[in-house]
Design a binder for this molecule. Sequence first.
Ligand code: HCS
Length: 572
Amino acid sequence: MPDFRSILDDDRIYYFDGGYGTLLQSRGLPAGLSPELWGLKEPDVIRAVHRDYIEAGADILTTNTFGGSRPKLGLGVDPFELNRAMTAIAREVAGDRAFVAASIGPTGHFVKPLGEMTFRELVDIFKEQIRGCVAGGADLILGETHFDLAEAKAVVVAARLVCDLPVAISMTFEGEASLTGTSPMTFVDTMQNMGVELIGTNCSAGPEQMRDTLRAWAPRLSTPTFAEANAGLPELNAEGKTVFRLQPEPFAEKAAAFVELGAKFIGGCCGTTPEHIRALRDKVGDARWQRPVRTDNAQLVLTSRSVSVPVGFDHRGVIIGERINPTGKKQLTAELQESVFSEALRLAAEQAELGAPVLDVNVGAPLVDEAALLPELVTALLGRVTTPLAIDSNDPAAVEAGLWAYPGSPLVNSISGEPGKMERLGPLCKLFGAPFILLPIVGRKLPVTAAERLKVIEDLLAQADALGIPRRLILVDALALTVSSKPEAARHSMEVMRQCRDRWGLPTTIGLSNISFGLPARELLNSTFLSLSMASGLCSFIGNPNSARIRETLHAAEVLLDRDPQAARYID
Ligand code: HCS
C-alpha cells in the first residue's frame, strides 16, 4: 500500500468499513465474550468480516482491537500479542487492496480529577496496545469512540511516542458535546494543535444527528475529516437488546450528505454492515472531496476540556490572568510552601468570574519543588475552572510535568532564547499540542530596539522550524520594558507587534504592567499602552483582570478596531 499520508491531499472520497461489535453479534459472538477475545479463538470469523467489507468497497479496514487495551482485556491476555494478532489478520486480508487502521477505543477509565488514572498511565496503556498493532502491520492508528478529550489526547501522544504512523482520531458526541463536555470545535482545535492527520466522529447517533457535528467544527477546520455514523439511533427490542434499524439504502441516503459537509472519509459504525457500505459507495458515486475552507481566521487557539479561546488579529484581546503567582503575595507563598491550594483556587475563580479567558499558573516560590507542585495545582484547578491555563515556570521539568497533567491545549509560558530551552521544550509543546510564548531574550541583556528583538525572534523561529514545530503554536512576547528607564521602549514593542503580524502572521502578547514601573498613575499608562498596542496588532496580554480600567479599555479598543462583532461584549 502507498503511505496513508499520500492520499490525504488528493480529491478522492475514501470508505471506511462498518460496524464490528454488532456484526460479530449477528455472526454468533457468545454473550459475555468480547469481540477481541472471540477473535483470538475464531480468527476465521474476523477474516470473513474483513473480506466482506473489502468486497463491499471499503478502502480501509478497521482492526478487531477496539477493546484491546490492558484494562479492557483483563488478566490472562497479553495485550501486545492480541493486538499484533488481530492486526495481522486485517493486514493479511487487506493485502494491497486496503489500508489497515488500528482501532484504539476507550479504556473505561478517566484521568484525574475525573477519575483515578494519571495521564501517563493512560499513555502507557495505549503505547502497549499500539506497539502490538504496529507489529501486526497497521497503516494508521485510529483512536475511535472517544468521549473524553484527555483520553483522545493520550492516544495521540502514545502513537507519536512509539511509531511514525499517521493518526486518525474520532470523538463521539451526545448532542452538542461529548460525555465530558468537549464540543466538536474544541475537539478540532485541540487535535489540530497536536497535528493529527485525520479528525473524525463516530458512533453515538445516526447520520442525521452527525451532520450537526460536521457543521459545528467547520469554522476552524483545516484537517481532512471522517464520519462514521451508526445505523440510526439505538433502540431496545422486545428482548431488551440494543438494535440499530436504519437499513442500507436510507443510511446511504443520509450519510452521503457528509461529503457535502466536507468529509473525505466516510463509513459506518454500530449496526452498519457490508451492505450499508456498498449502498453508501453507490450513493456517493464519483463525488469529489471538497476541501475545508476556514471561516474563522484565528492565528492560535488555546483549549481546556470544554472551552476554546481563539487568539488572532481579528479576535477579541485575550487577558491572561496573572494573579496565580506567588511573587509579592505572602499568603499564596505560604500556602504553596505547604502544598495548600485554597488561595490559588480562590484567585482562579475570581479571575474567571471577571472574564479572564486564560489563567496563568506559576508556583515559583522559595522552598517549592515546582516540578512536583505545578501538576498538582493544575489538577486541582481542573476541578474549579473551565478556562484554559498557561503553565508558567522557568524550570523546564515543571513545565513538562504540567503538560502531562493537562487535558486540552494549554499555553506554555515561555520559551526564551536561553541555550537549550527550545530544544528541550519545543518538542514537548509539539507532542502535546501546546502553544507557547516565544520570549525574545537571550542571556542577561534585554534587546531594546525593535530590530534587536526581531533578530532574536527570527533566530528562535529558525530553531523552532528546524524542530518541526508548527507556527500555529507560536505566540510572540513583544516585551514590555519600562518606559521610565527606556523612554523609547513602548514604541519598539509596538513595532515588534506590527512586524510579527505583517512579516510572519504571528500573534503577539505582552506583560502589560512592566511598561509603567516607577511612574505614577500606572493604570492610566497601562491602559493607554494597551489600546495603542491593540491598534498595532496585539492579540493578548498578561495582566490583572481585577482592573476595571484595563477591562474597559480593552472592550472599547475591540469595538473601535472592529474586533467585537456587533459591539456585543462592550454593550454587555
Ligand atoms: N470499531 C468498533 C467501534 C465501536 S463504537 C466497532 O465495533 O465497530
